[in-house]
Unconditional design. Structure first.
Ligand code: SF4
Length: 174
């Protein structure tokens, strides 16, 4: 079975994605989410995902994240695109480092993210890094499995992740 590096945004989305990827791939869960604010919230999400899955854990370089989104704080579309691009670019760099030929992201299963923008970013990165993008659209699965996460004690966050989404309570599509 092929390895796939799955950018993992949180335990819930990892759980939902796992349900249909696990039969086709040996999943390596890659944790790189420097967008999450504050650190207490970051740790909650990280520990929840870690309790269920073994993670390839990367650094919490929130200062770098702020540099990337600088100037776009109040522009949801541009800020979020920069945020997704940063996390997914690192996923591709890690896939190359680990010599993994496939990648994908749990962001695709979330009904709260801009699916088509994330898909396009992944397609562009696939060409640039020559790592095969595994695309899926199982957003319905999120609703199907969402009640099961409680069984596993997974933490359900109340906002997307960054300080701006926290302040606006933004959880739905940005
Ligand atoms: S709202 Fe979510 S996707 Fe957008 S910048 Fe904040 S953390 Fe990133």
């Amino acid at each position: 079975m092929e390895n796939i590096l799955l950018h993992t945004c949180c335990g819930i989305c990892a759980f939902c994605t796992n349900q249909f990827l696990k039969d086709n791939f040996n999943i390596k869960y890659y944790w790189y989410n420097p967008n999450i604010h504050p650190i207490a919230e970051y740790n909650k999400r990280l520990l929840s995902a870690k309790a269920k899955y073994e993670l390839v854990e990367d650094t919490y370089d929130w200062r770098v994240w702020f540099t990337k989104i600088k100037g776009f704080a109040n522009d949801d579309n541009k800020r979020c695109t920069k945020c997704w691009l940063m996390r997914l670019t690192n996923t591709l760099k890690k896939a190359k480092e680990l010599k993994i030929n496939y990648f994908s992201t749990t962001l695709l299963i979330s009904p709260y993210q801009k699916h088509d923008v994330i898909k396009k970013i992944c397609e562009d990165l696939e060409k640039e890094y020559k790592v095969t993008f595994y695309y899926f659209d199982e957003r319905k699965s999120f609703y199907k499995f969402k009640n099961e996460y409680k069984t596993f004690g997974l933490y359900m966050q109340k906002y997307c992740g960054c300080v701006f989404s926290k302040n606006t309570g933004k959880k739905v599509k940005v």
